[in-house]
Design a protein around this ligand. Structure first.
Ligand code: SPD
Length: 387
């Protein structure tokens, strides 16, 4: 228990440190209103809730439990990239009440008025969240925690099928830096035979490429994107797949190495075991660090069912539901009250709940200006087309 507390505090400290602050104690988070009014207002909304979340991010049965308990019918759709969600929000009238942007995009979405402030009196379970993590989110993404509640966090890294990679590399030993496997021609030229997959998103690939070449992963300078794509161009011919479905790509044998998300790579590992495959799949901890992300629940500005949305957020923040997400989806939760319900096997997995020594090497999330994202998309598209 104590170890887990230290872990969450360490994450907050790392994120603060990465943002140029030294050992500063997190600002206290405003206490959520925990008690319901004497007479709770009646929810007169139609009993519908439209949710748009990342693929493979919710345990089976969680929606059915919510529907049974509340009588609210949930329409649940999924997306694969922050860009896809962002485009829907910018276009307006998405029809979604709840969305789950990565914090990199949530910040400009808040600033652009695309998300509404939460009514904290309707979310008493906010008090279950880890205070230092909420302070971090407040400081760098969502001042006063007005709009966002963490769904989960994780990191972008390299996932491998160990046996296939070893076979394809032959005499060449594994590199010290796992990013070499996807960015260095010496390795990609060998691994192309068993399949290299990249996430299909400018804001996923350019930041890890920037980090690899020693630049700020969250640089807003288009000149840095040019340096990143110059590096990427050298391995472009070796990349077989651009997709955000690394679970299928790796577990299904289409790729032996992928740039992907920690939890999804661990899900691919679980799937291989379920299928009694000999393949051993592993989320790597590159010695130069990996990129941390936070995915956050928010209510859209034009949500037609905001009361139902608040009810779902409060439901998700129950310790048993947050723990179920961690246990089944392999992503750490920011719900401190859920930590004692996380399976020991998941809590002990160092590629899910990474140790504080490795956390110190990780790159904390930040965000990009709208102009930078546009420049990044252009650079990425040229790279992808091989131009
Ligand atoms: N299967 C759920 C994947 C969630 C990934 N979110 C990643 C955001 C990183 N930029």
């Amino acid at each position: 228990m104590m170890k887990k507390y230290l872990w969450s505090f360490a994450l907050s400290a790392i994120v603060l440190a990465g943002c140029g602050k030294k050992e500063e104690l997190p600002a206290p988070v405003a206490a959520p209103v925990a008690s319901a009014p004497a007479t709770a207002p009646v929810n007169t909304e139609e009993k519908v809730l439209n949710i748009y979340n990342w693929a493979d991010y919710i345990p089976d049965g969680m929606i059915a439990t919510f529907e049974k308990e509340t009588g609210i019918k949930v329409n649940y759709d999924s997306f694969e990239t922050n860009e896809a969600l962002h485009a829907k929000l910018v276009a307006g009238n998405s029809g979604y009440d709840i969305v789950v942007p990565g914090s990199v995009f949530a910040k400009p979405q808040i600033e652009g008025g695309l998300l509404q402030a939460l009514d904290k009196s309707k979310i008493p379970n906010l008090s279950n969240l880890d205070t230092p993590m909420m302070a971090t989110l407040a400081k760098y993404t969502d001042p006063d925690n007005k709009h966002l509640v963490p769904w989960a966090w994780g990191f972008t890294t390299v996932g491998i099928n160990k046996n296939k990679v070893a076979k394809a590399l032959g005499e060449t030993p594994m590199p010290e830096n796992a990013w070499d496997l996807v960015f260095k021609p010496e390795y990609t030229s060998k691994l192309k035979s068993c399949g290299i997959a990249y996430l299909d998103s400018p804001t996923e690939i350019i930041p890890v490429a920037l980090h690899y070449i020693g630049k700020d992963a969250y640089s807003n300078d288009p000149a840095d994107y040019k340096l990143a794509t110059d590096m990427l161009a050298k391995v472009r011919k070796d990349v077989r797949i651009f997709s955000s479905t690394m679970i299928d790509d790796i577990a299904g044998g289409k790729a032996c190495v992928a740039i992907g998300w920690s939890g999804d790579i661990n899900l691919a590992a679980d799937r291989a075991k379920e299928n009694q495959s000999k393949d051993e799949i592993e989320a790597m901890l590159p010695n130069t660090g990996a990129l941390i992300f936070f995915d956050t629940i928010a209510i859209t500005k034009d949500a037609r069912h905001p009361n139902n949305a608040h009810a779902f957020i409060d439901f998700y923040l129950r310790p048993e539901n947050a723990a179920l997400m961690a246990n089944e989806m392999n992503y750490p939760t920011a719900n401190k009250a859920a930590m004692h319900l996380v399976n020991p096997e998941i809590a002990a997995n160092k590629t899910i709940f990474v140790e504080s020594d490795y956390l110190a090497k990780m790159i904390p999330p930040s965000s990009f200006s709208n102009e930078a994202r546009e420049a990044m998309a252009n650079a990425y598209n040229s790279f992808k087309k091989g131009k």
